[in-house]
Design a binder for this molecule. Structure first.
Ligand code: NAD
Ligand code: UDP
Length: 386
């Protein structure tokens, strides 16, 4: 492999990366990219490895020897510090990060996103190791504009909704709205990492993903995850489409999101990995501000794309409204809008996303159809036990 150059024209030295949560959605794509395009070595830590099995087996793969899986639960495993010490860089992706858990399992959510991340930060700081920590766009909470009267013209002014790393406030709902347990835990771990940087010189980068989506995200209930499980919206809607059920729009599907293709977002992470001088000490929004839709529009688009991909006719009523209380239970609340400012990532890393929402849905739903359609048909044909 020819020597890779960083953004300043210097050759990149091969490094060892301790990736925690490597078996998840983002981790699997990052491992794939690192194996296919770089000489770096990955110590992949997770409790599951189903999503990276194709990278681990067979032994004849060209990158065999550069990726090692360690089945570790970071809550209680004394091997963690040793693995962090062996690496040049630690990337922490481990988290409970599905909204259905935030209000129904708030303790697990807070422990996972704050308490369990503490030793990782501590070991990196004590051993002078670089850390890339995955936070979330949800630390911004609600936009300032959402508190203005519905008909206020200021709602259209970007100053009231664009989310910027170093100036926007973090606005969460009340404590009874347990939805915010995740955002609050992520915010506190960000503050701790920032303080370790300021007081103890920790070299850190914080990533705030804005709805990264693509193949291998979450699970399809009853196929490769629990039947009663509620994944994030891409997998919920994929499941509905595969089963030919109407897509459920929570509280009318009025919330707005910007979706970025996982493969675009992974490019940004690779730039952070390979350009420490430009990434250290920064918090980066990573998303695609051009791909904004309401959840209702997302449902319509996914229905159209899936109809093309599967060749199956559209349902007469492709979506239904459900209340958030019915869908998520007590204590749910929502982020209204997520438009990211990209000044910092543009300036530091020159990164921009490329893929349109239509194109990313087309490739993702093609994958979903190919991966799950047969299994769904079989499971639906089985008589259910009475
Ligand atoms: P994911 O659930 O697919 O991946 C998380 C992985 O961490 C899972 O494989 C899980 O098994 C592992 N994990 C959790 N607890 C662990 C523990 N105690 N020990 C070992 N492994 C553990 O989620 P993802 O979408 O890949 O997200 C990765 C990170 O990015 C998370 O920190 C999440 O909060 C953040 N994030 C992602 C998005 C997105 O758009 N996908 C948005 C905002 C934030
Ligand atoms: N949502 C929905 N129907 C579903 C699943 C989710 O209307 O079947 C909505 C949810 O209320 C939220 C948006 O879709 O407004 C995005 O949800 P997701 O779970 O992807 O996570 P979030 O972006 O809120 O972190």
């Amino acid at each position: 492999m020819a020597a890779r150059m960083d953004l300043d024209g210097r050759p990149i030295k091969p490094m060892t990366i301790c990736m925690i949560g490597a078996g998840g959605f983002i981790g699997s794509h990052l491992c794939e990219k690192l194996m296919a395009e770089t000489p770096h070595k990955v110590l992949a830590l997770d409790v599951y490895n189903d999503k990276i099995k194709h990278l681990l087996e067979p032994d004849s793969l060209p990158w065999a020897g550069r990726i090692e899986f360690h089945r570790i639960n970071i809550k209680h495993d004394s091997r963690l510090e040793g693995l962090i010490k062996m690496a040049d860089l630690t990337i922490n992706l481990a988290a409970i990060c599905t909204p259905a858990d935030y209000n129904t399992r708030p303790l697990d959510t807070i422990y996972s996103n704050f308490i369990d991340a503490l030793p990782v930060v501590k070991y990196c700081s004590e051993n002078n190791k670089r850390l890339i920590h995955f936070s979330t766009c949800e630390v911004y909470g609600k936009t300032i504009g959402s508190f203005l009267p519905k008909d206020s013209p200021l709602r259209k002014d970007p100053a009231y909704y664009v989310l910027k790393e170093d100036t926007s406030p973090c606005i969460f709902g009340s404590i009874e709205k347990q939805r915010w347990s995740y955002a609050c835990a992520k915010q506190l771990i960000e503050r701790l990492i920032y303080a370790e940087g300021a007081e103890n010189g920790l070299d850190f980068t914080i990533v705030r993903p804005f709805n990264w989506i693509g193949p291998r995200m979450d699970f399809i209930p009853g196929i490769d995850g629990p039947s009663e499980g509620v994944p994030r919206v891409l997998a919920c809607f994929s499941n509905n489409l595969l089963r030919r059920e109407p897509l459920k729009l929570v509280d009318g599907g009025q919330s707005q999101r910007t979706f970025v293709y996982i493969k675009d977002a992974i490019e940004a992470v690779l730039l952070m990995i390979e350009n420490p001088d430009r990434a250290n000490g920064h918090i980066f929004n990573v998303g695609n501000p051009n791909n904004e839709v309401t959840v209702r529009q997302l449902a319509e688009m996914m229905t159209q794309v899936y109809t093309r991909v599967s060749g199956e006719p559209m349902l007469q009523s492709p979506s239904i409204d459900v209340s958030s209380k019915e869908f998520y239970g007590e204590g749910y609340d929502d982020s209204d809008k997520r438009i990211l400012d990209m000044t910092i990532i543009n300036k530091q890393l020159g990164w921009n996303p490329k893929t349109s929402l239509w194109d990313l849905l087309e490739s993702t739903l093609t994958y979903q159809h190919r991966t799950y359609a047969e299994a769904i048909k079989k499971s639906m044909a089985k008589p259910t036990a009475s």
